[in-house]
Design a protein around this ligand. Structure first.
Ligand SMILES: [Ca+2]
Ligand SMILES: [Ca+2]
Ligand SMILES: [Ca+2]
Length: 658
C-alpha cells in the first residue's frame, strides 16, 4: 500500500469512527472486523481479505457467480431496457410486487449484483450481505434485502418471480443517508396477524395487515460499510471489475444478537433478493431488483434418512424407524427406492437418533452418513441399527440404511410312484427342515444366507434310502448344491423313485439242458398270505420267462406245470431275493437255479397169435408186481401223460402160453 493510499484510508477510518462507533481502527490504521467473534471484514468497504480475516474473496465464504446454480451470488439483468424492476407504484408492503422492465430512473440505484453468505462462529450465526450498483445516485438511496422462507418456484407470488411471503419473513434495510457512506441497518418482520410472536405492534408504514412491522434496530449487531473510494471486485464473471466510489456496500449481521434467530426456535430462509427503494420513506416506490437467489439461512438443519434395498427390485417391504432426540414424527417408514424421510428445520444440536427395526428375513448391510461441515452422523457403537446425529445450523446429515433381503430355499419331495409309502427327512446344509414327509412334502421356504447351500435327505420312519433311485433337480445341481443371491427364492426337488427288480426263470430239460417252453411258474411274495405276484410261462428255445417291476425283496418261485412230455422235478417253492434295480432283458434280473424237467416215455408191447386164439401171453415189466395178462391184438402201454416213464432201464418179460 502506498503512503498516499494509506493516508486516504486513515482519513476514511477517522471519518467512519465519528459516524459509527461500531468500527475501530487497527493498530496499523486498517479497518478490521469488529463484529466479534466473526473475522469477516464488512467494515472495510472492499471485497479482499487483506488483514488476515475473511472477506468476499475468501474461499471459505464460498461465493461463486459462475457455477450452476450460483453460490451466494445473484446477477441482475443488464442495465437498460431489459433490466427488470418493480413498477406501478409497488411499495414494500405489496404482497405481489408488479414486475416491469426498463423503468429504472437514472437517479436511483441501478443494482448489478449481490452477495449473500453465512457463517457460524463460536455458536453465533452470522449473515454477510453485499450489493453493487452501476453508479452513485443523487439523493437518498436505500437497499432492502428480503429473505423469504419459501422459494419461487414453486411458491411464487403473482409476479411469478418473487416468492409468496410467509409470516416471519425478513427484510433487512440498508439505508444510506443523503451523501453518506455510512450505512444504517435495521430489519422488519412480515406480519400477518396482530399478535404475531416476535413482531412489533405496529407496521412500519400504514396500519393494514399484512405488513412489514416497525423496524427492529440492529445497532450493536451489525457492521457495515460502503466503498468511499473506488475498489476492485475480483469475483468472476468479468473480473476484475473496478467499482467507483459508493457503488459497493457490505454488512455483517449477528443473527442471534439481533434477535432474528432465537435459540431453540427454527428460523429458515430459503430465498433472498435485493431491491432498491426510491427514498427514505418506507412506503415509497421500490424500483430495481435482482431476482431471488436460493439460499439457506437458518439456525436449523436437516436430517435425511435414505433407504436402499438389495435387491433393489424390492420396493414394497416397509422398514420401520424410531426417531429420537425430539424429531417429529417420532417414527416413520421407508421402502427401497422410495422417498427419503426428510426432517427439515431441525434445531441445531446433538442427541438426535434414528433406529431401524429389521423386518424378518432382512439384514442390515450398511449404515453410512454424509454430513456437512460441523455436523455428523455416526453408527451407534452398541446398536448397529441406530445412528446418532449431531446437527450444526444449516447443516445436513444424510444417512443411508442399506438392507439385504436374505434368500429363501425350498425343498420339495416327489415320490414315484406317488402312492409310495416312503418317509423322508428333508435337509438343508445337513439340518432337517421337514420330518417324515411323503409325496408332495416340503420344507416350505426357509430363509438362508447368501451364498452356497446343499440340500439332501435322510431316511424317515420305516424307509430305506437304498430302496430308491434318487434325483435332485429344480434349482439345485444334481449333487444338491445351489447358490443364492440376495432376495432369491429357489426351489429344489428330491425325487425318489422306488427301485424295482426282475425275476427270470429258466426251464431246461435234464436231457441235454435244452430250453423248454411251456412250463408254468408262480411268483409269490413272502408275506403271510403269500400273495400271487405273477404267473409266468416259459417260452422260446431258451425256455425263459421274466417278470419285472417288482419291488425289492424276497419272493418264491414255484413250477406249477411242466411242458407236455415232461415232469416237474422240483415242485417246491424256491426262494429268490430281488436286490437291485433291473428290468427284463437287462441282464441284472434275479434268477433262481435253473428249473429242470425230466422227459417222459411210454413202452408199448403187443402180442399177436398167429393161430387164432389158441395162444395167450402175459407180460411183467419193471414195476409190475406180478405178470399181467396181455390179450391178443391189444397192445399194452406202459406209462402215460401222468405216469410216463422217466429215463432208465426197463425190463419186460413176455410169456406166451404161460
Ligand atoms: Ca469487506
Ligand atoms: Ca433488475
Ligand atoms: Ca440493475
Amino acid at each position: 500500500m502506498t503512503l498516499h493510499r494509506f493516508w486516504i484510508r486513515r482519513c476514511l477510518v477517522l471519518a467512519t469512527i465519528v459516524a459509527a462507533l461500531s468500527l475501530v481502527v487497527g493498530s496499523a490504521g486498517l479497518v478490521t472486523a469488529t463484529l466479534s467473534p466473526s473475522t469477516f471484514n464488512a467494515g472495510d468497504g472492499n471485497l479482499v481479505d487483506s488483514d488476515g480475516g475473511k472477506d468476499w474473496n475468501s474461499s471459505s465464504i464460498g461465493i461463486d457467480c459462475t457455477s450452476t446454480p450460483k453460490k451466494g451470488c445473484a446477477l441482475d439483468k443488464p442495465t437498460g431496457a431489459t433490466d427488470d424492476s418493480f413498477g406501478g407504484g409497488t411499495d414494500e408492503d405489496e404482497p405481489n410486487p408488479k414486475v416491469v422492465a426498463g423503468s429504472i430512473p437514472p437517479n436511483k440505484s441501478d443494482l448489478t449484483r449481490f452477495y449473500i453468505a453465512t457463517e457460524k462462529v463460536s455458536g453465533n450465526d452470522f449473515l454477510y450481505l453485499a450489493w453493487e450498483r452501476v453508479q452513485e445516485p443523487s439523493g437518498t438511496t436505500n437497499m432492502d434485502f428480503e429473505f423469504n422462507q419459501k422459494q419461487c418456484p414453486p411458491d411464487c407470488s403473482d409476479n411469478a418471480v418473487t416468492p409468496v411471503r410467509t409470516a416471519g419473513d425478513l427484510l433487512i434495510g440498508y439505508d444510506l443517508s443523503q451523501g453518506g457512506t455510512v450505512p444504517t441497518l435495521g430489519y422488519h418482520i412480515w406480519k400477518t396477524t396482530a399478535g404475531q410472536t416476535g413482531t412489533n405492534p405496529t407496521c412500519q408504514a400504514g396500519n393494514k395487515l399484512p405488513c412489514w412491522d416497525a423496524v427492529h434496530s440492529l445497532t450493536g449487531n451489525f457492521e457495515g460499510s460502503v466503498n468511499s473510494v473506488s475498489t476492485v471486485d475480483p469475483i468472476q464473471p468479468n473480473a476484475p471489475r473496478t467499482l467507483s466510489a459508493r457503488t459497493f456496500g457490505e454488512a455483517a449481521v449477528n443473527l442471534q444478537g439481533a434477535g432474528i434467530f432465537t435459540t431453540g426456535q427454527c428460523e429458515s430462509f430459503g430465498s433472498a433478493y435485493l431491491k432498491s427503494r426510491s427514498s427514505d420513506s418506507f412506503n415509497s416506490e421500490i424500483k430495481d431488483f435482482i431476482a431471488p437467489l436460493k439460499v439457506n439461512v437458518s439456525n436449523c438443519g436437516s436430517i435425511i434418512i435414505r433407504k436402499v434395498t438389495d435387491p433393489s427390485s424390492d420396493t414394497t417391504t416397509s422398514f420401520t424407524y424410531a426417531a429420537g432426540g425430539g424429531l417429529d414424527p417420532a417414527s416413520f417408514n421407508l421402502t427401497g427406492g422410495g422417498t427419503p424421510r426428510t426432517y427439515s428445520n431441525v434445531q441445531a444440536g446433538s442427541g438426535y437418533s434414528v433406529t431401524e427395526t429389521l423386518p424378518s428375513g432382512w439384514d442390515l448391510t450398511s449404515l453410512t452418513c454424509t454430513a456437512s461441515s460441523g455436523s455428523s452422523g455416526t453408527q451407534d457403537g452398541g446398536n448397529p441399527l441406530k445412528v446418532n446425529i449431531s446437527l450444526a445450523a444449516q447443516g445436513t446429515v444424510t444417512c443411508t440404511y442399506t438392507n439385504t433381503k436374505r434368500p429363501t430355499l425350498t425343498v420339495n419331495k416327489v415320490l414315484v410312484p406317488s402312492s409310495d409309502p416312503g418317509k423322508f427327512n428333508l435337509q438343508i446344509d445337513g439340518v432337517t427342515k421337514a420330518t417324515d414327509v411323503g409325496n408332495n412334502g416340503t420344507t416350505g421356504a426357509q430363509v438362508v444366507s447368501i451364498g452356497s447351500h446343499t440340500v439332501g435327505e435322510i431316511a424317515g420312519t420305516g424307509t430305506s434310502l437304498s430302496d430308491y433311485d434318487t434325483v435332485i433337480g429344480g434349482d439345485c445341481a444334481a449333487g444338491g448344491s445351489v447358490s443364492l443371491a440376495a432376495g432369491d427364492n429357489k426351489t429344489c426337488t428330491i425325487t425318489n423313485t422306488r427301485k424295482t427288480g426282475a425275476i427270470k426263470v429258466t426251464k431246461q430239460s435234464i436231457k441235454g439242458n435244452s430250453g423248454l417252453a411251456g412250463a408254468t411258474f408262480e411268483i409269490r411274495d413272502t408275506t403271510p398270505n403269500k400273495n400271487l405276484v405273477a404267473t409266468l410261462t416259459t417260452a422260446g428255445s431258451d425256455g425263459t420267462a421274466c417278470k419285472d417291476n417288482l419291488s425289492l425283496g424276497s419272493y418264491t418261485v414255484t413250477e406249477t406245470a411242466a411242458p407236455s412230455g415232461y415232469k416237474i422235478d422240483n415242485a417246491s417253492a424256491v426262494s429268490v431275493s430281488v436286490t437291485q434295480s433291473a428290468a427284463c432283458g437287462s441282464g441284472s434280473e434275479a434268477a433262481p437255479a435253473v428249473f429242470k424237467d425230466t422227459p417222459l416215455s411210454t413202452i408199448t408191447v403187443s402180442f399177436d397169435s398167429l393161430a387164432g386164439t389158441s395162444t395167450t401171453a402175459t407180460i411183467q415189466c419193471t414195476g409190475d408186481a406180478s405178470p399181467q395178462s396181455l390179450p391178443e391184438g391189444s397192445p399194452r402201454t406202459l406209462g402215460d401223460s401222468t405216469t410216463s416213464l422217466v429215463p432208465g432201464t426197463y425190463t419186460c418179460t413176455v410169456v406166451i402160453d404161460p
